[in-house]
Design a protein. Structure first.
Length: 242
């Protein structure tokens, strides 16, 4: 009887561990849906005004991310994003490549050889946001993004990505629907930590993905409004005349 009780107790405890894991796995979206969602959350206009409010020594950084096309086409299932950060202290532009991995979203970050011609590219129509393969640096900094409820998280510790000075950068990132949290820890060649400032970017606005159909819809709405206004004026005029 005692052995049966122990067996039942063990079965109950194991069930307590197994069922939540199965439930969590069942709620994880397919990778293709994750890719679409993380791109949607990552693109738009952001700033770190929340950090500036709590610490005025931190410079205001305006960040704009938008979907771009890679000239000549890229790997199937890979989405490209142009990132542009502007502040009084520095300006930074990067090429972000989001792809399907083994249970995670693969994020590759590359710098540009010549970025001067790309400034303001997010203001162009989507069809004109084209990046040349020849303008991308060879070195790629990689981070795997893992789905968690309401966010995607990634960390490339302890190896990080090498710097041109012989050190490394260890990146930690969290992407939510309306915010992006990032922490870049920069180490010198001796392994000494030089910089480690967490930044919270809050969404300011989305980047409009304009299209001819959208333009027609806006124009059509304007014509409908004017037509209704004209009809209303005619009704008032006829009432006055009667």
């Amino acid at each position: 009887m005692m052995n049966q009780l122990k067996a039942c107790t063990l079965t109950f405890l194991l069930a307590g561990f197994v069922f939540p894991q199965q439930s969590l796995a069942a709620n994880v979206p397919p990778l293709s849906n994750q890719l679409k969602q993380v791109i949607q959350w990552f693109t738009g206009k952001f700033d770190n005004s929340q950090n500036v409010a709590s610490n005025p020594a931190i410079p205001l950084i305006n960040m704009r991310n938008c979907s771009v096309q890679l000239a000549g086409g890229g790997t199937d299932g890979t989405e490209s994003v142009y990132l542009e950060q502007q502040s009084p202290v520095f300006n930074r532009v990067r090429f972000y490549s989001f792809g399907l991995g083994s249970g995670t979203i693969n994020l590759g970050i590359r710098s540009f050889i010549n970025s001067s011609s790309l400034s303001g590219i997010c203001d162009r129509p989507p069809s004109q946001r084209i990046i040349s393969q020849n303008n991308l640096a060879a070195a790629v900094c990689s981070v795997n993004l893992t789905y968690e409820p309401n966010r995607y998280v990634g960390n490339n510790a302890p190896a990080g990505c090498p710097t041109i000075t012989g050190g490394k950068v260890v990146s930690d990132i969290s992407i939510q629907a309306n915010s992006i949290n990032s922490l870049d820890q920069i180490f010198n060649s001796s392994g000494q930590l030089l910089v480690a400032t967490p930044i919270t970017f809050k969404r300011v606005a989305t980047v409009p993905e304009s299209s001819p159909l959208a333009g027609f819809a806006i124009a059509g709405a304007g014509l409908i409004f004017l037509n209704r206004k004209k009809q209303a004026g005619n009704k008032v005029k006829s009432v006055k005349q009667s």
